[in-house]
Design a protein. Sequence first.
Length: 195
Amino acid sequence: MRNTMLSLAVLALLLAGCGAKKGYVDEQIQLSESKLNSQISSLNDKTDSNAGEISKLRTLAAELSSKTMELSEASGFENYQIIWSGEIKFDFDSWEITPTAEGILTEAGEVMEQNPSSLIEITGHSDRTGAAKYNLMLGEKRASSAKRFLADRFGMSLYRMFVLSYGEEKPVALPDEHQAASKNRRVAMNVWGPQ
């Protein structure tokens, strides 16, 4: 009987231990379910947000496609030629329009006003100082400064102005030439109009 009592006591302790372990396991399961539900909720929010962004991008793509079709159907540009060319210079590591550059840009704007169907090609350049990636960005800033000047001063429509940067890729002066770097810090412009 004593063995039976001892066995029952051991069994009671084991069951109590199992009950405690079961409670711990239940607690861990609830914690895991709570975390999982939180992650699912967060993913649902992100999915909804991404769906909204995708919808906006699809709308923009449709608009762009429509504009592209309009431009591809446009005719008459094959008869365009360069009717004015000019170039402005910049200080080292600068995209600020100088007074001299303002005069040249004013001349370009006046030519475009006289030719309402004209377009302008604005290409930014830099010298070889610095990293190629930085110089590409610097050329872009220089070309954009010229574009902004024409838009502000003449109310020029943005669709008439095309900006491109070559950075250091298309120098007009080779490194061994006198003042090569200052010659390469420039924006070149071509106004295109019908013949």
